[in-house]
Write a protein that binds this ligand. Structure first.
Ligand code: ADP
Ligand code: MG
Length: 248
């Protein structure tokens, strides 16, 4: 178990990315072990979204290595497809298909990407919708649901593909306060079940509860990374201290 826990799920080595002339990611080195829960925080514009979007090639990095399990992320479509099968992603604005029902949102990729027969895909979807406690809404359209419900559907939709890693990009920051908890509870449950997770979030309660490591980014760099206790109570860099003083 010990060695299994140390298996690297995501490795970034010397990753650099530019948007035109703008150097958005600078020499990122990061290894995420199987079952590890990482929280990434930092000021707006520091490159957090770009970093996690590079991991499943929603953005392309220009320098360095990104390896997911054993697959290097290259321009080879086979590699990209393999990696996307392993990696689930949940966005700030849910990104559900508005013209499909909740159930159809959850079966679409299973049927088209995995070639799972419809009945089977629906069974998987209903099991996961039940897990996020939204099975009663399966026949509704996203627009008929609250933000918290839509985000839980988005999480269930990702889980339908049976990913090994889940990436979250500020999953609760578009939600009304009373809906944040229902989404965080789902994420906490996932963490407790051993899912490997990289979460961009400023929910510091969540970070304290589930993170094995908190990473602080600023201006495209990882400035500091530590266990939550050290990170929150004994931050090392002045930039981290300033950031924490603004959000806590
Ligand atoms: P964060 O998620 O930490 O707020 P982002 O990764 O979204 O930061 O963005 C980092 C920086 O890169 C910001 O200055 C942003 O304006 C810029 N940026 C993000 N996406 C693009 C893009 N597609 N083209 C050009 N600049 C971008
Ligand atoms: Mg962002």
């Amino acid at each position: 178990m010990e060695t299994q826990n140390k298996e690297a799920m995501v490795t970034l080595r010397g990753v650099n990315k530019w948007y035109g002339d703008f150097h958005v990611l600078r020499d990122i080195d990061l290894t995420v072990a199987k079952g590890e829960r990482i929280v990434i925080c930092g000021p707006s514009g520091s490159g957090k979204s770009t970093l996690i979007r590079c991991i499943n090639r929603l953005e392309e990095h220009q320098q360095g290595d990104i390896i997911v399990k054993d697959t290097p992320l290259t321009n080879d479509v086979k590699h990209i497809e393999t990696i996307r099968r392993e990696v689930g992603m949940v966005f700030q604005h849910f990104n559900l298909f508005p013209h499909l029902t909740v159930l159809e949102n959850c079966t679409l990729a299973q049927m088209w990407v995995r070639k799972t027969p419809k009945k089977e895909a629906e069974a998987v979807a209903m099991a996961l919708l039940t897990r996020v406690k939204i099975q009663e809404q399966a026949k509704k359209y996203p627009g008929q649901l609250s933000g918290g419900q839509q985000q839980r559907v988005a999480i269930a939709r990702s889980l339908c593909m049976n990913p090994e890693i889940m990436l979250f990009d500020e999953p609760t920051s578009a939600l009304d306060p009373e809906m944040i908890k229902e989404v965080l509870d789902v994420m906490i449950e996932l963490a407790e079940e051993g899912m490997t997770m990289m979460c961009v979030t400023h929910e510091m309660g969540f970070a304290r509860t589930v993170a094995d490591r908190v990473i602080f980014m600023d201006e495209g760099q990882i400035i500091e990374e530590n266990d939550p206790e050290t990170f929150f109570h004994h931050p090392e860099s002045e930039r981290t201290k300033l950031f924490l003083s603004q959000i806590l």
